[in-house]
Design a protein around this ligand. Sequence first.
Ligand code: SAM
Length: 289
Amino acid sequence: MLLIDEARIVTEADGLAARGATVNEVLEFLRGKLSLDAFGMLLFDLPREDLPALSKLLPRMASDETQRNFTGDSGLSLLKPTVSFIRALAYNYAALRNRSLSGAKILDYGCGYGRMTRLLYYFSNPEAIWAVDPWDLAVNLCREANLAGNVAQSDYLPKGLPAPEAAFDVMFAFSVFTHTSRNATDAALSALRKHIAPNGLLAITIRPAEYWVVNPDYAPQAETYQAKHAAEGFAFVPHGRDTVEGEATYGDTSMTLEFLAANYPDWRIEATDWALADPYQRYVFLKPA
Ligand SMILES: C[S@@+](CC[C@H](N)C(=O)[O-])C[C@H]1O[C@@H](n2cnc3c(N)ncnc32)[C@H](O)[C@@H]1O
């Protein structure tokens, strides 16, 4: 739980908001004083009755049920892998670009209800943040929650995104390419390429071959999927719903780094990383070639 000092800072921020401070002023105040984890705890817990002004200004967190529907987990337990990824994003951006994430223009692709997007306020003001998803339900959840920043709906097989081109310092897709079909993966990586700044960084997550064993739904046929992963570098099992132009674009996907390097020549792999909080989401950092 938050330390007494951190709880006092949050109460002070509510006072600021009650006296008419803007979202950006409140975020500026919180950033300097809370750790990323404490900031995440606050945002995952809104609205709070004891923080009425802050709860009006900052987005409401999705219900536990919505959180579980999108990611299989909720609350503090979900915050841990969320913070792990955002920390890895900040660390790798600093290490690879010699720049802090602070003030970066960032796009969250396949944002869902905006789980990761919320934590980006720790680094940038909402006007520099874009949350994009092809599912109208996800986009509506972001809007209904009053997610600050730019929220937009894309296509399942996008040619481009509803966002500025060649503009983003950082783009990421967490738990998206772990689900997309080959065509949806091709379309998305090519669309994302149009929007990355020349010196930008794209972070995606992919699943390793082990995924097919650790997911009990697939374990009985794990050998088949692992063989496809090894032979083709890409294995996809459609969920059998959400068809687009007659094609299932969504399911469960594993892929290799070699597959990424060989099939997407306009991207170059710069680094990889992962976190104990979720070892089956492997982070891959790509730069525009
Ligand atoms: C498992 S959820 C992850 C949501 C969010 N990134 C997170 O980590 O909380 C997968 C998301 O990908 C979106 N999605 C589905 N098909 C997609 C596609 N073809 N391109 C981009 N996103 C897609 C879904 O609508 C959903 O919001």
